[in-house]
Design a protein around this ligand. Structure first.
Ligand SMILES: Cc1cc2nc3c(=O)[nH]c(=O)nc-3n(C[C@H](O)[C@H](O)[C@H](O)COP(=O)(O)O)c2cc1C
Length: 414
C-alpha cells in the first residue's frame, strides 16, 4: 500500500487499499481511518483508570489542549508541478528510518496495555522507526535492544544517589546492549499533579480498589493480555534492589530515587561517558538548547512532555521555530507533544524538526488492536505523511521546510 503511494502521489492515494479492498488490512483502514477512530476503540478496551493515565495532562489539561490547538493552526501552502514521487525516509544519527515519526517513551506503559514495551520495540523494527524505550519501561533495555535492533533508543531519568551510580550503570548497559542514542529527559524536575490519576487512586505500586477491579473486569482483551504478560514491572530497576526484586521493592526504589531532570554538569558527564548520540528531551527555550549544545549534545528534542508537566507551558510547536532558528545545523532537532497525524508531523518538519515522535498515539494503537496496534499506527501516520507531502508538492522532508507557512501562535523570544 505504501509502495502504491510512493509511486503515484495522485488523487488515487485517497483510496487506501485500492486494489486489495477486501484484505483484512484494507478493512481495518476503513474501520479505523484516523487516530480519533483508534482512540475510540482503545477507550472501549482499556480499563478507565489506565486510559486516564495515558490521556491525562497536568492540572486542567490546558497545556495538552494548547498543543493540539496550536498544531491545528499551522497552515502550509501547497506547490504544484513538483516531482510525483514522495519519500518519507530520513537518516537519524546514522540509521536510515522509513519515516520521521518515532515512538516517545511512555513510563509504566504495561498498565495501559500489558506487554506494551515489547510490542512497541518489535513494531519499531518492523516499521523501521525509532523507539525511545523509557527508564520506566516494562521490559529491560537489553530486551528492547534485541527486539528493536538499530531502532532502539534509550530514555534516561536520573538516579542521583551515590553520585549517579545507577544512572551511569544504565548508560553502560544501554551501550553494551547496542543502543546508539541516549535521550536524557530534562522536563520532569518535580512530580506533576495529574488530577485524573489522583481521583482514580492510581498509585504505584498498584493497589486495586473495587472501582479499578470493576474496570479491569470490564476489559476482557486487556485482562487477557495481563494474563499472558503478568503484572507490569520496572524491569530496568530490578537488579538495583534487594532480592527478591518484588514489584513493591522496585516501585519503592523508583519512588524514592528517580529524578526527572539533570544539571548541565551531569549532562556533560554523560557526554563523556557515552560514545553514541546524546540528546536532551523536553527543551522549550532556545537558551536551554544553547546550553545543551555547549555541553556537546547531538540532538535536542523539543517537547513539553505531552502537556503532563506544566499547564502554563507553551505549546511545543509554538517554540519550535525559534529553537530551530537558534540551533541551525549544530544539532539534530526533534519534536513531540501533540502529534496525532502524518499531517502534524509534516507541520513540525516544515517548522524545523528533522524527526518527530508521538507517545499517546502508539499506545492508543495497542489499546485498540493489541499486538498489531503499534505497527498499525505507524503505517497510518506514515501514509498520512505521504499523502500530505504529495498534496503539498514536497517530494522529500527537506522540501517541506521550504514551504510557505503561517503560524500565528509562534512564540516570540525577543
Ligand atoms: C502515560 C505517559 C507516560 C510518559 N512517561 C514518560 C517517561 O517515562 N519519560 C519521558 O521522558 N517522557 C514520558 N512521557 C512523555 C512522552 O515521552 C512524550 O513526550 C509525550 O507523550 C508526547 O506527547 P503526545 O503523547 O501528545 O505524543 C510520558 C507520556 C505519557 C502520555
Amino acid at each position: 500500500m505504501s509502495g502504491d503511494l510512493r509511486r503515484t502521489a495522485s488523487p488515487h492515494v485517497q483510496a487506501w487499499g485500492a486494489g486489495s479492498a477486501t484484505s483484512p488490512e484494507a478493512r481495518l483502514r476503513r474501520r479505523l481511518p484516523t487516530l480519533d477512530d483508534v482512540e475510540r476503540r482503545a477507550r472501549s478496551r482499556i480499563p478507565r483508570f489506565a486510559f486516564d493515565f495515558l490521556e491525562g495532562g497536568t492540572g486542567g489539561d490546558l497545556n495538552m489542549i494548547r498543543n493540539r490547538q496550536a498544531l491545528d493552526t499551522v497552515e502550509l501552502i501547497p506547490r504544484y508541478g513538483t516531482p510525483e514521487s514522495v519519500s518519507t525516509e530520513v537518516e537519524l544519527f546514522g540509521v536510515r528510518c522509513a519515516a520521521p515519526i518515532g515512538i516517545s517513551p511512555v513510563g509504566v506503559d504495561g498498565i495501559i496495555w500489558p506487554g506494551a514495551t515489547k510490542i512497541l520495540a518489535a513494531a519499531a523494527a518492523q516499521a523501521r522507526i525509532p523507539y525511545i524505550a523509557g527508564t520506566l519501561a516494562t521490559a529491560a533495555i537489553e530486551h528492547v535492544a534485541e527486539l528493536a535492533g538499530p531502532y532502539a533508543w534509550f530514555q534516561l531519568y536520573g538516579l542521583p544517589a551515590n553520585d549517579h551510580a545507577v544512572t551511569f550503570d544504565l548508560i553502560r548497559r544501554a551501550g553494551a546492549a547496542g543502543v546508539r542514542v541516549l535521550a536524557a529527559t530534562l522536563d520532569a524536575p518535580v512530580r506533576s499533579k495529574r488530577p485524573r490519576d489522583l481521583r482514580n487512586g492510581l498509585v504505584i505500586p498498584f493497589r486495586p480498589t473495587a472501582k479499578t477491579l470493576f474496570e479491569m473486569a470490564s476489559s476482557p482483551a486487556w485482562l487477557l493480555a495481563l494474563g499472558k504478560e503478568g503484572a507490569p514491572a520496572f524491569r530496568n530497576m530490578e537488579r538495583y534492589v534487594k532480592r527478591p526484586a518484588t514489584l513493591a521493592r522496585t516501585a519503592g526504589f523508583v519512588q524514592s530515587q528517580i529524578k526527572g531532570t539533570f544539571s548541565w554538569d551531569t549532562v556533560k558527564r554523560m557526554r563523556n561517558a557515552w560514545s553514541g548520540a546524546l540528546i536532551v528531551k523536553g527543551v522549550l527555550h532556545p537558551a536551554d538548547a544553547e546550553e545543551a549544545i555547549a555541553v556537546g549534545v547531538d540532538g535536542v528534542l523539543v517537547s513539553n512532555h505531552g502537556g503532563r508537566q506544566l499547564d502554563a507551558a507553551p505549546a511545543a510547536i509554538d517554540v519550535l521555530p525559534a529553537i530551530a532558528a537558534s540551533v541551525g545545523t549544530r544539532a539534530t532537532l526533534l519534536f513531540d507533544s501533540g502529534i496525532r497525524s502524518g499531517l502534524d508531523a509534516a507541520r513540525a518538519i516544515a517548522l524545523g524538526a528533522r524527526g518527530t515522535f508521538a507517545g499517546r498515539a502508539f499506545l492508543l494503537g495497542l489499546g485498540a488492536l493489541g499486538d498489531r496496534g503499534a505497527a498499525y499506527v505507524a503505517g497510518l501516520l506514515k501514509e498520512e505523511l505521504e499523502t500530505a507531502m504529495g498534496q503539498l508538492g514536497a517530494p522529500s522532508l527537506d522540501a517541506l521546510t521550504t514551504l510557505t507557512r503561517r503560524h500565528g501562535s509562534a512564540f516570540d523570544f525577543t
